[in-house]
Design a protein around this ligand. Structure first.
Ligand SMILES: [Zn+2]
Length: 251
């Protein structure tokens, strides 16, 4: 069953996007019945498809998975729809997103969806797929993105704020974060033009120094996004020190 699972996980992506053939579909559905992990993956990928326009950053899924999906996509491409043959050779490790313009007019076209599977999978693997607020993102309201930079004890840290205006929400993604000092947590702050701060929650980075914090409110009026270390687990009502990781939002 384990080998079956490893193999099916690859096909589940195509299934979730309605991009596999009848035989594969039957096989996947039979497997999903007995495999909660693949069911969860299928659910996540199905929801993530709506977020495809966000998948503009080149990312790299595991080679084996990528090869499989690219092979499936290429095999099903009709003559005349083949991608530029040199694209792969020029950038063997980078998956770009070729279907954006077409998708808005013909969202159910089979050929773009095969390529879409690559992008969706890349998004899911990048961890973005786990965050639900992006899923209703529409084609005509692209997210805005801003940078965060660290100083002091957070000099090695950086991050991005992705603002989803239509959803009145944002995603803060951080890298290079050291563990917080003992007894502390990191706290995310939204600061307006008058300097008023409001907490957007506390968090602790993963062992690899990354953290993702969803901001479930509009970013309008927010001028600065900042991070401080505060007493855990609840954090502080206002920053108790100068933020060592911050970035400007808007304009
Ligand atoms: Zn499975």
């Amino acid at each position: 069953m384990r080998a079956d699972h490893d193999r099916m996980e690859d096909v589940v992506a195509a299934y979730a996007l309605d991009a596999c053939d009848d035989a594969e579909r039957e096989e996947v559905e039979a497997h999903l019945d007995g495999c909660p992990s693949c069911r969860a993956l299928a659910r996540r990928l199905s929801r993530t498809v709506a977020a495809l326009p966000l998948a503009v950053d080149p990312v790299r899924p595991p080679d084996q998975l990528r090869d499989r999906i690219l092979a499936a996509a290429t095999a099903s491409l009709a003559p005349g729809h083949a991608p530029e043959p040199d694209t792969e050779a020029d950038a063997p490790n980078v998956l770009t997103f070729p279907v954006r313009a077409e998708r808005s007019r013909r969202p159910r076209r089979r050929i773009p969806l095969h390529w879409a599977a690559v992008a969706v999978l890349a998004v899911a693997l990048a961890g973005l797929g786990a965050w639900n607020v992006i899923l209703d993102q529409s084609l005509d309201a692209p997210p805005a993105r801003y940078s965060l930079a660290g100083t002091g004890t957070l000099a090695g840290a950086s991050g991005t704020v992705t603002e989803f205006r239509r959803q009145d929400a944002a995603l803060v993604a951080l890298t290079g974060m050291p563990p917080p000092p003992a007894g502390k947590v990191y706290q995310l702050w939204l600061i307006d033009a008058s300097g008023r701060t409001s907490s957007a929650g506390t968090f602790t980075p993963s062992a690899d120094g990354t953290a993702r914090v969803g901001v479930d409110r509009p970013m309008s009026g927010v001028k600065t996004v900042a991070v401080t270390a505060e007493d855990g687990p609840t954090g502080a009502r206002a920053p108790t020190g100068k933020p060592e990781l911050a970035g400007q939002i808007g304009g």
